[in-house]
Design a protein around this ligand. Structure first.
Ligand code: NAD
Ligand code: GLY
Length: 356
């Protein structure tokens, strides 16, 4: 039996995503797929992932004759900034990483975004491989080539589109993931089901994610692949991936980022869908279905933050275009619609000022 499934993303520079179990142990032979001889490898990882997977990977690669080095930064979003990128550049310089070498991003979305950005900008671009180790990174951030770091002024403000040369999803790595980090990733899986795939939503609704993990991850990646292939540079269709994110980001900001992204997205999906139900845009009962699905995976579905402040936060969203904000709404589960709205109409749309 094949060790992994291959999903090819047909972007300007196409690449494969391998999804399976035990792939990290086989990484050295998988690398032959690139057919690029034996480049020098620069592994970037974080302080949680390193002892679990980074150090063993480096050792195996060296034992197999690869020239490889590793840079480890402190785990967490607080490291996703230009200071860490500068440290990574120093590491590349010290290791004399050239354009024919390879950067490996081993970790969650923070590592993938930061190492991807460093790879995109070092020597005007060196190839990189994503080895995502969180559910969120497997089904979302490692696919589609968005790389970025944060500024004090906001998240992901400095970045580049830089597609990976290969993505290796070893589902076994999720066995060490803390439960709350895993459930953050489930919010994005629920999102894919809600906007694009009713049968995936039903699987998640039935509480079957852990049981059907490989299948669900593969389905999510295939859904994102289809979106990214049609809109690599995020000028239209790709906005559908922001379902629940407008209010999700507003909630994260309100809670000064003590609320995780997945939890913000879960509440955001329910909030916007409940508002759409009140406007007659989405069938009654849809928000309750999403809320019940989120609760299955330990995700919250409401928040006491004042709507007025959340709407103000939404207006500062970097995805706002001029006076317009585009909401992602559901015609029904599995079918989304982009809904542009004058930003100033957002509070009324969301029901601000209404009784009850
Ligand atoms: P993360 O990378 O911070 O990982 C969460 C925690 O899990 C960290 O402490 C990490 O060290 C730990 N961890 C990772 N893998 C582990 C494992 N297998 N076992 C044990 N611990 C492990 O967070 P995340 O949720 O993976 O990613 C969030 C980031 O992704 C945000 O910065 C967000 O902006 C970004 N993102 C990017 C895109 C994109 O398209 N580029 C999409 C969505 C999110
Ligand atoms: N995570 C949103 C995107 O890739 O466009």
């Amino acid at each position: 039996m094949e060790l992994y499934r291959t999903i090819t993303v047909q972007t300007e520079a196409p690449y494969d995503i391998l999804v399976g179990r035990g792939l990290l142990d086989e990484f050295s032979s998988l690398m032959e797929r690139l057919g690029a001889g034996r480049p020098k490898l620069a592994i970037i990882t974080d302080s949680h992932v390193d002892p679990l997977y980074g150090a063993p990977l480096l050792e195996r690669l060296r034992q197999s004759g690869w020239q490889a080095a590793k840079y480890v930064f402190p785990a967490g979003e607080a490291s996703k900034n230009l200071e860490t990128v500068r440290e990574v550049y120093r590491f590349f310089a010290q290791e004399q990483i050239t354009r024919t070498d390879l950067v490996i991003a081993l970790g969650g979305g923070v590592v993938g975004d930061l190492a991807g950005f460093a790879a995109a900008t070092w020597l005007r671009g060196v190839r990189f491989i994503q080895i995502p180790t969180t559910l969120l990174a497997m089904i979302d951030s490692s696919v589609g080539g968005k790389t970025a770091v944060d500024l004090p002024e906001g998240k992901n403000l400095v970045g580049a589109f830089w597609q990976p040369a290969l993505v290796v999803c070893d589902v076994d790595t999720l066995s060490t993931l803390p439960q709350d980090v895993f459930s953050d990733g489930t919010a994005e899986a629920i999102k894919y089901g809600a906007i694009l795939d009713e049968s995936l939503f039903s699987l998640l609704e039935g509480g079957k994610l852990r049981e059907a993990l490989l299948e669900a991850i593969t389905r999510c990646i295939q859904l994102k692949k289809r979106v990214v292939e049609q809109d690599e540079r995020d000028t239209g269709l790709r906005q559908c991936l922001n379902f629940g994110h407008t209010f999700g980001h507003a909630l994260e900001k309100y809670h000064q980022f003590s609320l995780s992204h997945g939890r913000g997205v879960a509440i955001g999906m329910v909030m916007v869908t409940a508002a759409c139900e009140r406007q007659g845009l989405t069938p009654a009962g849809t928000a309750a279905r999403i809320a019940s699905c989120c609760r299955q995976y330990g995700l919250p579905t409401d928040d006491p933050a004042p709507l007025e402040i959340l709407c103000q936060n939404c207006l500062g969203d970097k995805k706002r275009k001029g006076s317009k904000i585009t909401l992602v709404i559901l015609d029904r589960i599995g079918q989304f619609r982009l809904y542009p709205l004058e930003a100033q109409q957002l509070p009324a749309f969301m029901g601000e000022g209404q009784d009850g």
